[in-house]
Design a protein around this ligand. Structure first.
Ligand code: AMP
Ligand code: ZN
Length: 671
C-alpha cells in the first residue's frame, strides 16, 4: 500500500473514531475545529485521488444526489404509535390493567424523545435502508438523508441482519443556530426542534439534510438477529445495551422499575432534567421490560398493550414582564405585546408574548414589572398565563393603551364590539401601510420571497414605494442602493416580484388585505367571480350567497372596493401585468363536494401543505366546523374544533388517514 493510501485510510479511521466519540458517546476528544480540519484534508485527498474511493468513507455520508421524490417502503414490522396518559391516575389505570394479566412486571422507564420515528435496516452488518414511520405500515425511503446522521453506524462490528427503530431529533443548539441564521436571512423561524427535524429529514437534497446536523436515539429492536449465534434477547434492557455495544446511539436516562412509586419518581426526575438536556423530550415512555411478557399482552390496533406514554403538561416558566409595547397591525388594531426577560421554554428562548388586548391585561391583572407565568400554546406560540400578585413588589405600573396611534399619532378608537379592539382608523397610517405590504408579499399571499418587514420598511423610508402596486415598477439599481442590499439580492427581489404577477386570483384577493377575507374566503371569491373586475362590482346581496359568507364579510368586501384609493390600487396592479383573472385548472374530483377542517399540529404536514393536498384532490378547506363539515383532520393539541366535531358527530381523522385516502383514492378513511 502506498504511503498516500495509508494516509487516507488512517484519516478515515480517525474521523470515524472521533465521530463516534462525539455523536454516540457524547465524549469528544478533539475540538470541532480539529475535526473539521481533518475532514477537509480527507476530502481534498479523496478529490485528488479518486482511485482510492471507498463508499464507507466518512465523506460519503453526503454523497447522494437530490431526489425527485421519496420511494415508498413497506415496514416488515408495523411501526406502532403509543397510547397517551396525562396524569399519574391514568398511568395507575394502565399499571392495574397490566397486573390483571402479569404479576409484578418490571418496566423500562425512559424519556420520550420529541422527534420523528424512523427504522434502520442492516444487511450483513451494512446499513442498507432507513425509512420514516409514515402510516405505520408504509413509510418513505430517507436512506440518503439518514446517511448524513453521524450517530447512525454505516456498518456494524458483526455481519448481522436486523432492523432497529429510533427517534431522529435536532439538538437544541443546532436548532437555535439554524433559527438565528434564518432570522438574519429574513426567513420565517421554525416553530420547534421537532418540526425542524421533520422538515430536514424530508429534504430531497441530502446536502441540506447534512447541514441540519440531526441526531438519533435508538429505542427499539424491530426484527432480525441481535447475536451472531442467533440467540434472542430476553429483555428490552438487554436489547438496548446490546445495541449500544453494536455502536448505536441508544436512549439514555432510562431505568428498570418494579413499583409504581419508582416509576413516578423517575418521571419526576426526568421532568426536572428536561430543561438541561441537549434535546427536547415531551414525556416518558413506560414499557414492559420482559419481551415474552410483551408478546403475552399483545398489540392493540395501533398501539401496543404493554406500553404507555406519559405526556408532560405544557412547559411553564416564570419570568419578569419588563415592558409592554404596542404594535399597529394591518387593519389598524393596536396589539399589546409583553417584553419578557428571556426565558427558555419548550426548546426555544422566549422574550416576547402576545397579550391580545386591553381586556385580557385587565382581566389577568397584568402589570409592567410583574413576575408572570408563560407557556407555549400548542408548544408553538408563547402566551402569558397569569401574573403573580403575591410576588409583586413596589414599582410595578398599570398599563393603559396609548390615546394616539404609536405610528401616525392620530387618535385611536376603542371598539367594544369588534373583539375589544383599539383601532387606528387613519387610512394613511404608515404602520398599517407597511403591514399591508408585508401581508401582500407574504408566503400565502403573493409569495414574494425575500420581501420581509425590514425591506418593506426600507423601501417605504427611501420613498421607493408608497403602496403594493409600486413594487411592480421597482428597478434593480434603485433597490441595490438600499443599505446591505447589493445587486445580487436586488436582482433576486425583482425576479421574485416579477414572478408574483402570476400568483393567481385567489392569492391576489387574499393579498389585498380586505377585512375578514382570509385565504379560504379569497379562494371562494375567486371561484365565484373569476376576475378582480367582477368582484369589484359585486353587491352585498350577491356576496351573501358565496359559500360561508355572511353579511359582515360581504359588507367588508363592498366597503373595501368603495374606497377610490383601493379601486385605483387594483387598476394599477392590473396595468402592471398582475394576473387578475382566474386561471384555475380543472382539479381532481376525488374530494368533490367534501369539506375539511384542520385543527391542531399535524405530525409531518404543515397546515398549508395539508390544505394544498386537500384542494389538489378537489376538496374544500373551511375554517370552522359545522354540520356540513365532512371531515375534521385533527393533530396534536387539537382544540375546540375537535370538541365541536365530536358534538356534531363529524368524522374525525388524522393525517395518516387523510394521506391514505388520497393515496388509495378513497373517500372512506382507514387507519
Ligand atoms: P405519539 O406520536 O405521541 O403517539 O408517540 C409515539 C411516538 O413516540 C413513537 O412513534 C416514537 O416515535 C416516539 N418515541 C420517542 N421516544 C420513544 C421511546 N423511548 N420509546 C418509544 N417511542 C418513543
Ligand atoms: Zn396610525
Amino acid at each position: 500500500m502506498s504511503e498516500l493510501e495509508e494516509k487516507i485510510r488512517k484519516l478515515r479511521k480517525q474521523l470515524l473514531y472521533h465521530a463516534k466519540r462525539y455523536y454516540v458517546d457524547d465524549a469528544p476528544e478533539i475540538s470541532d475545529y480539529d475535526y473539521d480540519m481533518m475532514y477537509a484534508e480527507l476530502k481534498r485527498l479523496e478529490a485528488e485521488h479518486p482511485e482510492f474511493f471507498d463508499p464507507e468513507s466518512p465523506t460519503q455520508r453526503v454523497g447522494g444526489k437530490p431526489l425527485d421524490k421519496f420511494e415508498k417502503v413497506t415496514h416488515t414490522v408495523q411501526m406502532n404509535s403509543l397510547a397517551d396518559v396525562f396524569s399519574f391516575e391514568e398511568l395507575q389505570d394502565f399499571l392495574d390493567r397490566v397486573s390483571q394479566t402479569v404479576s409484578r412486571p418490571a418496566y423500562s422507564v425512559e424519556p420520550k424523545i420529541d422527534g420523528l420515528s424512523v427504522s434502520l435496516r442492516y444487511e450483513n452488518g451494512i446499513f442498507v435502508q432507513g425509512a420514516t414511520r409514515g402510516d405505520g405500515f408504509v413509510g418513505e425511503d430517507v436512506t440518503q438523508n439518514l446517511r448524513t446522521v453521524f450517530s447512525i453506524p454505516m456498518s456494524l462490528p458483526e455481519p448481522l441482519n436486523l432492523t432497529v427503530r429510533g427517534e431522529v431529533y435536532m439538538p437544541r443548539q443546532v436548532f437555535e443556530k439554524l433559527n438565528l441564521a434564518r432570522e438574519a436571512a429574513g426567513q420565517t423561524l421554525l416553530a420547534n426542534p421537532r418540526n425542524a427535524a421533520a422538515g430536514s429529514l424530508r429534504q430531497l437534497d441530502p446536502k441540506i439534510a447534512a447541514e441540519r446536523k440531526l441526531d438519533i436515539f435508538v429505542f427499539n429492536f424491530q426484527d432480525g438477529t441481535l447475536y451472531a449465534d442467533g440467540s434472542a434477547p430476553q429483555t428490552h434492557k438487554e436489547t438496548l445495551d446490546r445495541l449500544a455495544e453494536l455502536g448505536f446511539h441508544v436512549l439514555e436516562n432510562r431505568i428498570v422499575a418494579e413499583s409504581a412509586d419508582e416509576i413516578v419518581s423517575h418521571i419526576k426526575r426526568l421532568g426536572e432534567l428536561r430543561d438541561s438536556l441537549a434535546y427536547d423530550i415531551d414525556g416518558v415512555v413506560i414499557k414492559i421490560d420482559d419481551l415474552a411478557t410483551r408478546r403475552l399482552l399483545g398489540e392493540g390496533t395501533n398501539t401496543p398493550k404493554w406500553a404507555v406514554a406519559y405526556k408532560f403538561p405544557p412547559e411553564q416558566k416564570q419570568t419578569k414582564l419588563e415592558d409592554i409595547t404596542v404594535a399597529v397591525g394591518r387593519t389598524g388594531v393596536l396589539t399589546p405585546t409583553a417584553v419578557l426577560t428571556p426565558v427558555r421554554l419548550a426548546g426555544t428562548t422566549v422574550s416576547r408574548a402576545t397579550l391580545h388586548n386591553l381586556e385580557f391585561i385587565r382581566e389577568k391583572d397584568i402589570r409592567i414589572g410583574d413576575i408572570v407565568t408563560v407557556q407555549k400554546a400548542g408548544d408553538i406560540i408563547p402566551e402569558v398565563v397569569r401574573s403573580h400578585a403575591e410576588l409583586r413588589g413596589a414599582g410595578t405600573t398599570l398599563f393603559s393603551m396609548p390615546e394616539r396611534c404609536p405610528s401616525c399619532g392620530e387618535p385611536v378608537f376603542y371598539d367594544a364590539d369588534e373583539g375589544a379592539a383599539t383601532r387606528c382608523t387613519n387610512s394613511r397610517c404608515p404602520a398599517q401601510l407597511s403591514r399591508g405590504i408585508e401581508h401582500f408579499a407574504s408566503k400565502d399571499a403573493m409569495n414574494i420571497d425575500g420581501l420581509g418587514p425590514q425591506l418593506v420598511e426600507a423601501l417605504l423610508q427611501n420613498g421607493l414605494i408608497a403602496d403594493a402596486a409600486d413594487l411592480y415598477s421597482l428597478q434593480v439599481d434603485e433597490v441595490a442602493q438600499i443599505d446591505r442590499m447589493g445587486t445580487k439580492s436586488a436582482t433576486n427581489l425583482i425576479t421574485a416580484i416579477e414572478n408574483s404577477k402570476s400568483a393567481g386570483l385567489e392569492r391576489l384577493i387574499y393579498a389585498l388585505g380586505i377585512r375578514n377575507v382570509g385565504e379560504v374566503a379569497g379562494a371562494a371569491l375567486a371561484a365565484r367571480y373569476g376576475s378582480l373586475a367582477a368582484l369589484q362590482n359585486a353587491t352585498v346581496e350577491d356576496l351573501c350567497t358565496v359559500e360561508d359568507f355572511g353579511e359582515v364579510t360581504a359588507q367588508c368586501v363592498v366597503d373595501f372596493f368603495s374606497h377610490p384609493q383601493n379601486r385605483e390600487l387594483c387598476e394599477r396592479l392590473t396595468e402592471a401585468g398582475v394576473v387578475t383573472v382566474s386561471t384555475a385548472k380543472p382539479t381532481d374530483d376525488l374530494f368533490r363536494g367534501l369539506t375539511f377542517v384542520l385543527t391542531g399540529t399535524l405530525p409531518t404536514l404543515t397546515r398549508d401543505e395539508a390544505s394544498e393536498r386537500i384542494k389538489a384532490a378537489g376538496g374544500r378547506v373551511s375554517g370552522s366546523v359545522s354540520a356540513k363539515t365532512s371531515f375534521v383532520v385533527a393533530g396534536e393539541a387539537a382544540g375546540s374544533k375537535l370538541t365541536k366535531a365530536q358534538q356534531l358527530g363529524v368524522t374525525v381523522i388524522d393525517e395518516e388517514m387523510l394521506l391514505n385516502m388520497i393515496e388509495q383514492r378513497s373517500v372512506t378513511p382507514t387507519a
